[in-house]
Design a binder for this molecule. Structure first.
Ligand SMILES: Cc1cc2nc3c(=O)[nH]c(=O)nc-3n(C[C@H](O)[C@H](O)[C@H](O)COP(=O)(O)O)c2cc1C
Length: 189
C-alpha cells in the first residue's frame, strides 16, 4: 500500500516546537509517519537532517508537511534563523555514526551541533537508534548509549536487526519518540 499524499501544513502559533533530527538510516524515508503523528499530538515540527540523510528524504514533501524547509547546513551569519527554537528534540532514526559522535561531543554536522548544545540548554531529547547488531556490537556503541543516558537522553526500545537482513522498518516505533519527549516534558514541568 502506498502512503496517502502529504497534507500541506503550516505551523500553528502557540504550539510547542519539535525538531525531528533524521540520520542516514534505512527507515529515514518513512519520517512522514512521525511528522503526521506529531501533528496529531499538537506539535509544530521542523526537520533537521544530517547531510547524508538528505539522500533518503523527499525534501518537497517534508516542506509541505511541516511548513519549513529541511535544515541540514549551518546558515550564514546574515541569514535569519530558519526554525523557531526547539521545545524538544526527537532523533529518529538515530544512526550508529551520529550516536557515537554525539556522545563524544563532535559537532561536525548541523544536526550534531544542535544535539551537542541541547544538553547545556536543558532541551528534552529522545533518540530512536536504528542499526544492525554488528554495528551495535562495537564497544563504542554501548559506551555512547551509557553517556547519552547519563546526559538525560531517553532512548527508544528498537532492538538492532540482523546485518544484511534488509532491516526492521515495519517494527520501527516512530511514535515512541513522541512518548519519550512528552514524558520528559512532564517530568520537567
Ligand atoms: C542504504 C543505506 C542504509 C543505511 N542504513 C543505516 C542504518 O539503518 N543505520 C545506521 O546506523 N547506518 C546506516 N547506514 C550507514 C550510514 O548512512 C552512515 O554511517 C552515515 O555515515 C551516517 O551518517 P549520519 O550519521 O551523519 O546520518 C546506511 C547506509 C546506506 C547507504
Amino acid at each position: 500500500m502506498t502512503d496517502p499524499p502529504p497534507q500541506d501544513q503550516s505551523p500553528t502559533p502557540g504550539k510547542p516546537f519539535l525538531y525531528v533530527v533524521v540520520c542516514a538510516c534505512g527507515v529515514a524515508g518513512d519520517v512522514g509517519k512521525l511528522i503526521d503523528a506529531a501533528h496529531e499530538r499538537q506539535w509544530n515540527i521542523g526537520v533537521v537532517a544530517t547531510p547524508q540523510a538528505l539522500g533518503f528524504l523527499d525534501e518537497q514533501a517534508i516542506r509541505r508537511r511541516t511548513g519549513y524547509p529541511i535544515r541540514s547546513a549551518w546558515r550564514t551569519p546574515s541569514e535569519v534563523r530558519p526554525l523557531p527554537p526547539a521545545d524538544a528534540i526527537a532523533v529518529a532514526p538515530a544512526s550508529f555514526n551520529t550516536i557515537n559522535k554525539w556522545a563524544a561531543g563532535i559537532a561536525d554536522t548541523l544536526a550534531l551541533g544542535i544535539l551537542c548544545e541541547a544538553y547545556g540548554m536543558n532541551i528534552p531529547v529522545a533518540a530512536l537508534p536504528y542499526l544492525n547488531s554488528a554495528q551495535a556490537a562495537h564497544p563504542a556503541y554501548g559506551q555512547s548509549l551509557d553517556r547519552l543516558r547519563a546526559m538525560g537522553v531517553l532512548l527508544g526500545s528498537y532492538e538492532p536487526h540482523k546485518p544484511k537482513s534488509g532491516g526492521g522498518a515495519e517494527r520501527f516505533p516512530w511514535e515512541e519518540a513522541l512518548d519519550l519527549v512528552e514524558l520528559q516534558l512532564r517530568r520537567g514541568a
